[in-house]
Every structure is written in C-alpha cells, then in structure tokens.
Design a protein around this ligand. Structure first.
Ligand code: ZN
Length: 478
C-alpha cells in the first residue's frame, strides 16, 4: 500500500476523532487522540466464545487502584470469553490526581444534553456497556465500609474495601439479575486471598431504587446505567484510599476482578506473555571512563584507536530477549563486555533471532574512507575521494562545495584549505563555499614538500584531521 493511502486513512481517522489498531485477538481504539481527555479502549477476544466483561478504571482520577489494576489486564490473552478495558476513562482528573474536573464524571450517566468532555467520554462508555455481559467500575473509596458503625473510618457511610450493588436483585426484560448472590460469591473468593480480616471487602447495598435511600445520586452512576439501561449485572469495586500503597490498592481490585472472571467463566491464559516486536531500542555505550551516551539503530559511534568501549545497558519495549553482538570480538552476547578498538566494528542488536538494528563503531582515522569532496571547477562538479588530487590551472575558479559522508552530518566537520584565509570570515578554518582562483594558491608554507604546487584540503572532526585531498596548481615556471 502506498504511503499516500496510509496518510489519507490516517487523516480520515483524525477527522472522525479516533483510530484503531487491530490484531486477531486484540483491538485498541483511541478516542480523542492527542486531546487532554484521550481514552483508550482495549478489547481482548478469547480463543473460545463466552461472556464479555467490561472493566472501567480512572473515572475519578484520585483513585489509582482502579486504573492500575485495569492496566494489569491489557497484556493478557483469554482462553474463553472477552474483555473490554478502559483503564483511564477520566484522563484530566488522573493527571491532576483529583476526583473531578467539571463535576463528577460518575454522576453523568443520567439523561441531559452534553456539556463538557465528561459527557463525550460517558457516551463512549455507554456504547461499550451495550456489548458487555458484566460491568465493573473500579474505585478507591474513603475508609472501610462496615455494615455497623465502628468508628469514623469504618462504618456504613464509608465506601472503601467493598463490592457495591444498587439492589439485592433487579429484573430486566423478564430476566432476574441476582446482584447480591453474585457479590457474595465474589466476596468469598476475594477475601480468601486476604489474610488480614480488617482488609476484607464487604457487601454494600446502596438500595438506589429505594425512595428512602441515603444515596439517591447513585441513579446517575455508570453501574446504575449498566444495570437499568443495558440490563447487565453491574458492580462498583472499591479498594480503600486509606491503604498506603497504590500497588496494594490495585491488588485488592485484581482479587475481585479475578473472582468475577471466574464466576462469568472468562478464562485467562496464565502465565502468558504476548510477543511484540521490540521498538524504541536505545543502547547506552561508554567510551573509556566518560559518561555513557545513547545510540540508536543506524547511529555511528566515533572513537579513537585504542579507546575502550562498553555497552553498559539498553532500553527497549519489550525489554527481554535483546542481545548485542560486537563484530570481530567476544561472543554473540557482548553486553557489558569491554572492547579495545583497533578497527571498525558493527554492533548487531537482536531480539532473539531477529536483527532489530545496527550501530557502527568507527575509529575517526577510518572514517576518511567514507568521505567524498564535492568541488566545482569553473561551474563543473567534481567529486574527490580520500588522497586524490584535483589538478588546476591558475586561471581556474573553484569552490570547495561540501564534504559528503553517510556517517555524519557535514555540519559536524570543518573543511580547511591549509594556508588559505578568506578575506572576510566569521568561522576560522572553515573554507567551504568561497570562490577561489588557482592563481591565489601561491604560498609555500603548507604546500606539500613546501614546493608551492600541491595544497592539502583537510576535514576536521572534533578538531582532529580525519581526511585529506589535494589541489595541485600548474603554476608557470618562474
Ligand atoms: Zn470513586
């Protein structure tokens, strides 16, 4: 396919405001790409058909247990059933670690005309609920829910460490959804993992349909919408804000999510590490005792003969299965190996058997072989290689136009016609671009053999001469 058609497709997608990446068992759709409220929806399709479980994280941004636990389900694969995961539904609130930006996104599921970005996101969440058989809204609540009052942190008004239902059961199109029975079974499985009984999760029934409910605004939440409008079982899963570690908060969610998956017969492959081609590989290479620098595939590392180089580490996504082979030395596994440079080398970077990049190690003196000099002589182009001589007559006009190398940017070097000084120059030692007459080359000091006939043009990289060509002028004999 042509680049043009891919670009065209990309523009169309941008205009629609979302783009998708599809594989057989995985799709990733990004809505509002590049916006503050970008959301990513990951759908994982099992090898066998089954129920679809939807996980919603980060609807209130100061509840990291929810979005971090949702993240844990993005790289899994399923033997049976399907997952829809929106780990970060309210990105602006997450980036600010605050509950709400323009008002609580989890009170936007009632009927009202769209006002803010929250409503645009809610419309997308609702769309995915329609495809689901179970909806879980992942939160970190304050304190610890307890059916009886113990203290101000542990009582029936606290939400932390609970599974929340809107009613004991709910009837939708003649089908009875047994919320309490399901939650109790989930609590049994979840709490079996938690040895500290003070951290056990409890059942919290907000009795949302009850006219006397203490929580009437629950009618505007995602779970209530999923239950009453989509007719699917829906639960709030709450870890506690009063648990210090975000990892622990996420872990209690994971116990509960795993219990729900089990009940709904959605079976993950475990353990399972999906294969991704490595990308963004950066190698950290140290020369002698200097600080290491970052090199990417295709880069050239210039050093001097006798320098010691060492690959001290790397970054790649994914990180495992990456190996470095420095040609002509060591083994095929040269990470951390110190190598003294006496010649040119190539570092081959492999992800297992796949070559994912090469880095060139070039002693500066060797880099001359890759240089070409472009001159114009009386407006005609002439290319010279290392050591070659350009023969001129005194009347010829020439310009050192450029040096060309695949190994470095020509701006990194200086090109100097030794002994010649332009009449007005702001960059000493840089002689590219000037029109010079052959007859001007009449000094003896720098000419080869001091005879006033052959003049060196040198290229300097970091003030070191790496290459020379010559200009010979056929002066009439005195
Ligand atoms: Zn919350």
């Amino acid at each position: 396919r042509s680049v043009k058609s891919i670009l065209l497709k990309y523009f169309i997608i941008l205009m629609l405001g979302s783009f998708s990446i599809f594989a057989d068992d995985l799709s990733e759709t990004v809505y509002f790409p590049g916006e503050d409220h970008e959301i990513t929806v990951i759908q994982i399709k099992g090898r066998e058909p089954g129920n679809t479980v939807m996980l919603l994280g980060g609807i209130q941004g100061d509840e990291p247990g929810g979005y971090l636990s949702a993240d844990a389900y993005l790289d899994i694969r399923l033997r049976k059933g399907n997952l829809i995961v929106i780990p970060r539904s309210n990105l602006p609130s997450i980036l600010n670690n605050t509950r709400a930006v323009n008002g609580d996104m989890n009170r936007r599921f009632g009927e009202h005309p769209p006002i803010d970005y929250e409503d645009e996101v809610v419309a997308i969440i609702k769309k995915y609920m329609q495809k689901s058989d179970l909806f879980l809204n992942l939160h970190d609540g304050w304190g610890f829910y307890n059916p009886v009052y113990i203290d101000k942190n542990r009582n029936p008004r606290r939400f932390g460490q609970s599974i929340i239902i809107d009613a004991e059961s709910y009837e939708h199109n003649g089908k009875k959804i047994e919320l309490m029975n399901l939650a109790q079974e989930v609590l049994r499985l979840t709490n079996a993992n938690i040895s500290d009984t003070l951290l056990h999760l409890h059942l919290m029934n907000t009795k949302t349909m009850d006219p006397n409910t203490p929580f009437p605004d629950m009618k505007l939440t995602a779970t209530y919408y999923a239950l009453t409008q989509c007719g699917i079982p829906a639960f709030g899963v709450e870890s506690s804000k009063n648990i210090g570690s975000d990892t622990d908060k996420a872990l209690y969610h994971i116990y509960a999510i795993n219990a729900f998956l089990k009940l709904f017969d959605v079976i993950p492959e475990f353990p399972f590490l999906p294969y991704y081609p490595a990308r963004n590989c950066e190698s950290f290479i140290r020369v002698n005792e200097e600080k290491e620098k970052i090199y990417r595939a295709g880069d050239t590392l210039f050093c001097d003969m006798g320098d010691n180089i060492q690959i001290t580490g790397y970054k790649a996504i994914p990180h495992r299965g990456i190996f470095f082979d420095i040609s002509g030395t060591g083994t095929s596994n040269d990470l951390y190996r110190k190598v003294t440079i006496r010649k040119e080398h190539e570092i081959t970077i492999r992800q297992d058997s796949h070559i994912i990049g090469k880095i060139h190690i070039l002693p500066r003196k060797e880099s001359q072989r890759f240089l070409r000099y472009l001159f114009t002589v009386n407006d005609e182009n002439i290319l010279l290689k290392e050591g070659e001589t350009l023969n001129l007559r005194p009347a010829d006009k020439f310009i050192i136009v450029e040096v060309i190398s695949e190994l470095f940017d020509s701006k990194e070097v200086k090109v100097n016609l030794k002994g010649w000084v332009p009449s007005m120059s702001s960059n000493p030692g840089e002689d590219r671009g000037y029109t010079i007459r052959g007859s001007e080359l009449n000094w003896k000091k720098y000419s080869v053999y001091g005879k006033g006939r052959v003049y060196p043009v040198v290229t300097l990289l970091n003030n070191e001469e790496i290459s020379t060509v010559y200009i010979s002028v056929d002066h009439p004999l005195p």
